[in-house]
Design a protein around this ligand. Structure first.
Ligand SMILES: [Zn+2]
Length: 1018
């Protein structure tokens, strides 16, 4: 099946062209020349050997089934002939009853519940799927099966009464009833449409590892014995059928469904010359309005079919293989007019050129109920007819169908392989290399340590998202790296030899690796081990380059390479246009010598970017003055962050603001990033032009997440500043403890250490700042969880340190500093939950306290109205007296702390406890444009604060009660990658009103006041 979801990952363009599409869609307009098979037949003959010791069980099915459309139930009877070709004596017998996964109580349903997906676990009758054995006879004895994985019933088991010795055979007869689920998943039913897959008791594979009895989980697919299928179906006579195999008796309905009346339908009725043993349709007495259709398929490990009386039929051919396409009447423009037929033929041609001749008579491509696609032998069920999907699903005819791996144990052998050859298809047909779009996504997963070994069995992955990312994307990258190591030509020879040796057999890692080693003539165990069984990181550094001009005019170059990661790959050395040499990439330090005819330009390691090197910034030859200079300068677009795979992006922007003391201030800002995640820097240099300003030159710098020491799921930063009368430094660490990428709680822990000093009082808003500094540090913890549309958040923080006031008059010296230890603690919890219609309730609780012998300095008090001065310091609009949002006649609310939003921002004390409540009603929402959502809001906040913050309303009281209430308009906006919330609020009631932010005009408790904010209130 195709990938269903990709993990969120930084999307990074490799080259300067940022908009370069990696989507296959781009190639849709290209024509697809059919590649001629390479001339390797003789060579392949030599290689089509060495499956010595390989065996597979001999199985044949004779199935008769009748579908009752109104109930959706299928009644079947099957005769399984089983020959034990192994060297072991078998004492058990197992069949899969896969349809039992799509119902409550299955392992599949349990896995869905654990990961927050609601699919089959709550389906009722008649929506869930089932498969019930009603009678079973083994070797002539009637025996009821048992279910070793109960309550899951996707595996049925019998203990054999008589052990089956090597070479002996067993006859199993089973009667069963089955129904598909109305919620489709690789099968399904809707009205008169039926996509039958994994619908009959199917023999469990017995291979060199033993019985592969394994319940069906969402992560991982199927595994089947190669068998002969003789399937006789009793159906309503207007049904049109697409199926595995060829119709040997009866009318599949194609004649009436064919679009082109002149079309000669090639039924291939005589494809299998083997005599038809069973009585087939002759023995089936079909009722009025019904028909019998009989199919036969040989050397396939599954039989699937699809029914729809509305199907339209088109036909094509590639070589000996007939291509049948069945689509819906409304698909004329997307599937019809030969489009789907052409795409399927194109895919077969590509695969033929890659692997060799398709081994089966036909390939049927049907438009199924579910989106996406699923592969079955000789049959693909697709949700659309796009070339990407069709090349992928048709690709599975080789990697899954004819080269049949155990899909739940080694999904990388079908999904990763198929994704790889699909990517290669687009690359060979004018598209961009799949590597370039794929590699940064995988790198992000590797660096963040989400990756798990590609060789895991499907259900062993942390979750379905990780399964998907590893088995599709990372496995695809493995094949790309194999191709890089051996070269394109050898890779093609490997694929052809692999097919020649293993077609119509079960394959595994050893099978592929041995072929790759034989064809390439090299040991590849290290490559398979690293990429499939571990999750290494790769980093090569160009340490030194020596250039020697030789007497004959040529240049002898000596390059020293340092390996800094635990992963190893050969490393190319080049200068842009030319690759001069390839280092082995093995030792920790490697010297490579080569001679060039002309003087090489600046040398770069891995100039084509094929080694999955996480730090390409240290790959360039250093130069005088600029060093490695792996930079890309650009004018910053504040609404977008541009990242590059090979360079540090340094984005510059002129900035300006003003305040009372410094006046108009101009500056230059630089943002840097590597891969959107590392080497994140922010530098601001500014000059205050006000006539009275002192300390005119401002500087703020922050550096974070060094790529030299990548820390998974952790943000680190170091900052320092001397700006607008304050100086200081800060260290921060924020580690995410989340367990799953796309569901579950998101807890974080962090630590901050900070020094803040005041150096020039002229800048300070004295209501918010005393002439004092603090040195403090402490941990914090936060969590966000979602339950449906309800979001819960909590945060706790603690800081301890010393605060000093400076400078006062001392007794023995002209200045003195008063030091004092203090602690500061805050905690908050909030919830936002939908109530009814489009109305949402938000509630928040807050408590904060300051401990210390003396009265806290203003900047360290627990603020009543919102954010504290340290929190707003980095914002020049909120930093200094007279800044845009700090003007006395402008009411801006920076949320935080007690969040009593209508009160003066300079109120703060030793402690505060508050509650914030909001009822929001959405007026409309959309997912495009500048305005995304508008809501009306009613709010009410109340709190108790100490009398240092607000004097007692009645003398003698130790605390003051505050409350407020009002209405607001909240809008959400998006510009580029930037999104923000705009709040306009009218606090109609404020008490005690003397302390309202807007109290200048002597308004009373009830009055019109306003304020704005650029953030949500909580
Ligand atoms: Zn697939």
């Amino acid at each position: 099946m195709p990938r269903v979801a990709r993990p969120t990952a930084a999307r990074i363009a490799r080259s300067t062209s940022q908009s370069r599409a990696t989507s296959p869609a781009r190639s849709l307009l290209c024509s697809f020349p059919i590649l001629m098979p390479s001339l390797a037949s003789l060579f392949l003959l030599l290689l089509a050997r060495d499956t010595t010791g390989y065996w597979q069980q001999q199985v044949s099915y004779r199935i008769t089934a009748s579908l009752d459309e109104p109930t959706g139930a299928l009644s079947g009877r099957e005769r399984i002939s089983y020959v034990n070709r192994s060297s072991a004596t078998l004492r058990d017998f197992y069949v899969h009853q896969y349809l039992n996964a799509f119902r409550p109580g299955s392992r599949w349903a349990a896995a869905d519940s654990a990961e927050g997906r609601d699919r089959f676990q709550h389906l009722g009758d008649p929506d869930y799927a089932f498969e019930r054995i009603t009678a079973a006879t083994l070797g002539g004895r009637e025996v009821r099966p048992d279910y070793p994985y109960a309550p899951d019933s996707t595996i049925a088991h019998w203990t054999l009464a008589r052990p089956l010795v090597p070479g002996d055979s067993l006859l199993v007869e089973v009667e069963w009833q089955a129904r598909l689920s109305t919620l489709p998943r690789r099968q399904g039913r809707r009205g008169r449409r039926f996509d039958f897959a994994q619908w009959y008791p199917k023999v469990v594979v017995y291979d060199k590892y033993g019985w592969e009895d394994h319940p069906l989980y969402p992560g991982g697919e199927f595994y089947g014995e190669f068998a002969t299928y003789d399937v006789t179906l009793d159906l309503p006579d207007d049904q049109v059928i697409g199926a595995t195999g060829v119709p040997v008796e009866g009318d599949p309905g194609w004649e009436k469904a064919k679009v082109d009346p002149a079309q000669q339908i090639d039924y291939q009725r005589l494809w299998y010359r083997s005599p038809l043993p069973a009585p087939g349709c002759a023995a089936l007495r079909v009722g009025a309005g019904r028909k019998c259709v009989r199919f036969r398929a040989e050397r396939v490990h599954h039989f699937a079919f699809s029914l729809n009386p509305q199907y339209r039929y088109e036909q094509g051919r590639f070589g000996d293989a007939v291509v049948r396409v069945l689509y819906l009447p409304e698909d004329r423009a997307t599937w019809g007019n030969g489009i789907a037929v052409r795409n399927t033929v194109t895919a077969l041609a590509w695969l033929d050129s890659l692997y060799g001749t398709y081994q089966w008579p036909q390939l049927t491509n049907v438009h199924r109920i579910e989106g996406g696609g699923t592969e079955f032998p000789m049959m693909i069920m697709d949700g659309s007819a796009g070339i990407g999907l069709i090349v992928h699903e048709t690709g599975h005819q080789y990697t899954m169908g004819q080269l049949a791996n155990n899909e739940w144990r080694e999904g990388w052998l079908d999904e990763g392989f198929t994704s790889f050859q699909t990517g290669w298809f687009f690359e060979s047909h004018g598209g961009p290399p799949a590597y370039d779009g794929l590699e940064p996504e995988v790198l992000w997963l590797d660096l963040e340590r989400w990756s798990e070994p590609v060789s895991f069995p499907g259900e062993r992955y942390r979750d379905f998202t990780t399964y998907n990312a590893m088995v599709y994307s990372k496995a695809q990258l493995f094949y790309e790296e194999l191709r890089y190591v051996v070269g394109d030509e050898t890779m093609r020879r490997i694929l052809r030899a692999y097919f020649a040796r293993w077609r119509l057999k079960h394959v595994d890692e050893d099978a592929l690796r041995e072929v790759a080693e034989d064809v390439s003539g090299r040991d590849l165990k290290w490559l398979f081990a690293q990429w499939l069984h571990a999750t290494p990181l790769f980093d090569y550094r160009l340490k030194r380059v020596e250039r020697h001009h030789l007497a004959d005019g040529r240049w002898r170059m000596v390059v020293t390479i340092e390996r800094r990661g635990d992963g190893r790959l050969p490393v190319e050395i080049g200068d842009g246009d030319t690759i001069y040499a390839r280092a082995t990439g093995e030792p920790a330090e490697e010297r490579v010598e080569f001679v060039a005819a002309a003087r090489p330009g600046r040398l770069v390691l891995d100039p084509r970017g094929r080694t999955h090197d996480y730090n390409l910034l240290n790959n360039r030859e250093p130069r005088v003055l600029v060093g490695r200079g792996a930079w890309s300068f650009r004018l910053d677009d504040p609404t977008r962050e541009t990242a590059r795979r090979d360079r540090l992006v340094r984005a510059w922007l002129p900035v300006a603001w003003s305040n009372s003391f410094g006046g108009f201030t101009v500056g230059l800002r630089e943002r840097t990033n590597y891969l959107g995640r590392y080497d994140r820097g922010l530098l601001v240099a500014a000059l205050a032009t006000g006539p009275g300003a002192t300390n005119r030159f401002d500087f703020y710098g922050r550096w974070g997440n060094p790529i030299g020491h990548p820390e998974p799921r952790t943000e680190t930063s170091m900052s320092a500043w001397s700006a607008e009368g304050r100086a200081g430094a800060k260290l921060s660490m924020d580690r995410s403890l989340r367990q799953h990428l796309d569901f579950g709680a998101d807890p974080h822990v962090g630590f901050d250490a900070l020094w803040m000093a005041t150096t020039e009082l002229g800048y300070l808003d004295r209501g918010l700042w005393d002439d004092a500094g603090s040195v403090e540090a402490g941990p914090w913890w936060s969590i966000t969880t979602r339950h449906g549309a309800t979001v819960l958040r909590a945060r706790l923080g603690a800081r301890g340190g010393v605060v000093y006031s400076n400078p006062g008059k001392g007794i023995v010296s002209p200045t003195r500093y008063d030091f004092e230890g203090f602690g500061r603690f805050t905690g908050e919890a909030s919830v936002r939950t939908p109530l009814w219609g489009r109305t949402t309730l938000g509630l928040r609780l807050f408590a904060g306290g300051y401990t210390g012998a003396s009265e806290p300095v203003r900047q360290r008090r627990i603020p009543v109205a919102g954010a504290d001065p340290y929190e707003t310091f980095t914002d020049p609009l909120l930093r200094s007296r007279g800044a845009l949002f700090l003007r006395p006649d402008f009411y801006y609310h920076a949320p935080g702390n007690a969040n009593l939003r209508a009160f003066r921002r300079d109120l703060g004390g030793r402690w505060a406890v508050s509650v914030n409540g909001e009822l929001t009603r959405s007026l409309g929402r959309r997912d495009h444009g500048f305005l995304r959502e508008a809501s009306l809001m009613g709010f009410a906040d109340a709190g108790v604060v100490d009398t240092l913050a607000v004097p007692a309303t009645k003398p003698g009281r130790g605390s003051t009660f505050l409350y407020e209430s009002g209405l607001g308009l909240v809008t959400s906006h998006q510009l580029g990658d930037l999104d923000w919330t705009l709040r306009f609020e009218v606090p109609l009631v404020v008490a005690p009103f003397q302390f309202a932010a807007d109290s200048v005009s002597g308004k009373g408790r009830f009055a019109f006041r306003w304020q704005v904010s650029l953030s949500p209130s909580f």
